[in-house]
Design a protein around this ligand. Structure first.
Ligand code: LRH
Ligand code: MN
Ligand code: MN
Length: 431
């Protein structure tokens, strides 16, 4: 067991739960068997599905109003990796971590050694040109009025260089992709030339793409608004898709579930990106109003299921695209470790439910325009309680049947709270 979770703890925790799980698994197995579906085959597919955790997700987030740090907050990337290892050891769904530079800047050799010791790998790298970095001598210029789309070529150059530095760190630690999200935009009509800003962005993105290693991909991540409130340069999947097409074969679109207007049909966007071969990856989270960054599957689990329904529907086309699956959340009122364990499980749940949709029947009803039966067939997958499959996948990989309960029993949070000094709460940006 590579993390500081005591190796016997998971076994002790699982022992009294095994029998019930076996019974529930057998009952579900019988039910699926009647439909000619092998539960073990589904469990194997679910077990093979991994989602990366964001390094920034293991710290307590905050809003622009305030941040309320929890006990035992990780002080830097190495303690963040310790927490990520706990998440993976208990949940067995998150073997990779997505880093954010410069937040996680450290000697790549040390990052690699630490991750290897913990049994972790690195997923896509994220650059950060949405904040100023006064302590970074390589980024003396301000991003107040934009980064890759800035009117000043010197700021654009600095932002390009930062992205290339992020790639270089990523290359040294085994990552294969760069996710670019910029906060560039404007707050007032007339403030910015919408066309020229996009041209400047494309020019800068082309420079970054030219600097990528041969086997790397670049993902453009769109977001409707925030921090800019009137216009955002990469505001929707249309702009993201145009970008990916202009940049060529290495460029793809990343869909963060929280980055759309309320009620936007995200699963249809996914379908289009599959169709055009430009689906690069996901940032999973959930939301009610905007970019709320709440735990995946906690507000609208049906939408998450519908996204996975499109992915399963894509079949071999999805294998060719090999999207990067990542979580992107902020935790303000929960223990981040518990939230990330839960989200990874909810993501796998949506996948398992989508796998269990009777696809042949669904296609038949769709072809016959039987709206009622098509809708019912789809919902039958969503209504299934697949928890025994999820628990079995964890158990067989050495994880906990009930990972949040096991985490609480481990005493990990209290232990690190004793080692890591308490952080004082702070006002956000407006107070
Ligand atoms: C922007 C975003 C983007 C950033 C992360 C911290 O809202 O989703 O992915 O890198 O949050
Ligand atoms: Mn994101
Ligand atoms: Mn976001």
């Amino acid at each position: 067991m590579p993390s500081s979770i005591d190796s016997g703890l998971i076994e002790r925790h699982n022992a009294p739960l095994r029998e019930t799980l076996d019974r529930d698994y057998a009952t579900l197995g019988e039910k699926l068997d009647r439909r000619g579906v092998s539960i073990d085959a589904v469990t194997r597919q679910v077990a093979a599905f991994a989602v990366a955790v964001p390094s920034w997700g293991v710290g307590t987030g905050g809003t622009r109003f305030a941040r309320f740090p929890g006990p035992g907050e990780p002080r830097g990337i190495f303690e963040k990796l310790d927490d990520c290892a706990v998440i993976n050891d208990l949940g067995r769904a998150t073997p990779a971590v997505s880093l954010h530079i410069p937040w996680d800047k450290a000697d790549p050799a040390d990052l690699k050694a630490k991750a290897e010791a913990l049994g972790l790998a690195f997923d896509a790298m994220n650059s950060n040109t949405f904040q100023d970095h006064p302590d970074d001598p390589r980024q003396p210029l301000s991003y107040k009025f934009g980064s890759l789309s800035h009117t000043d070529a010197a700021v654009r150059r600095q932002a390009v260089e930062h992205n290339l530095e992020t790639v270089a760190i990523g290359e040294a630690i085994g990552s294969k992709a760069l996710t670019v999200w910029i906060g560039d935009g404007s707050n007032f009509a007339g403030q910015s030339d919408l066309g020229r800003a996009f041209e400047r962005y494309l020019g800068a993105m082309k420079e970054i793409t030219r600097g990528l290693p041969a086997d790397w991909r670049i993902f453009s991540e769109h977001k409707m608004y925030e921090p800019a409130f009137y216009s955002t340069v990469v505001q929707d999947w249309g702009t993201s898709y145009l970008t990916a097409v202009e940049l060529g074969d290495k460029a793809f679109c990343l869909v963060d579930l929280g980055h759309h207007a309320p009620n936007v049909n995200i699963e249809q966007i996914v379908s289009r990106l599959v169709r055009t071969g430009k689906l690069g990856g996901f940032h999973f989270n959930d939301s009610k109003y905007g970019d709320d960054d709440l735990d995946a599957g906690t507000i609208d689990p049906f939408r998450l299921f519908l996204v996975f329904n499109e992915l399963v529907e894509a079949g071999v086309r999805l294998d060719a695209l090999n999207p990067s699956y990542m979580i992107d959340q902020s935790h303000n009122v929960t223990d981040p470790i518990e939230s990330l364990i839960r989200s990874a499980n909810e993501i796998r749940r949506a996948y398992a439910q989508a796998l269990l949709v009777d696809r042949a029947a669904l296609h038949g009803h769709q072809e016959n325009n039987d709206a009622m039966m098509a809708s019912e067939t789809l919902k039958a997958g969503f209504r299934l309680d697949v928890e025994p499959i999820l628990a079995k996948a964890r158990l067989e990989a050495g994880g906990a049947i009930d990972p949040i309960a096991a985490f609480r029993a481990s005493g990990y949070r209290a232990k690190v709270a004793g080692e890591r000094p308490a952080v004082k709460g702070s006002g956000g940006g407006i107070v």
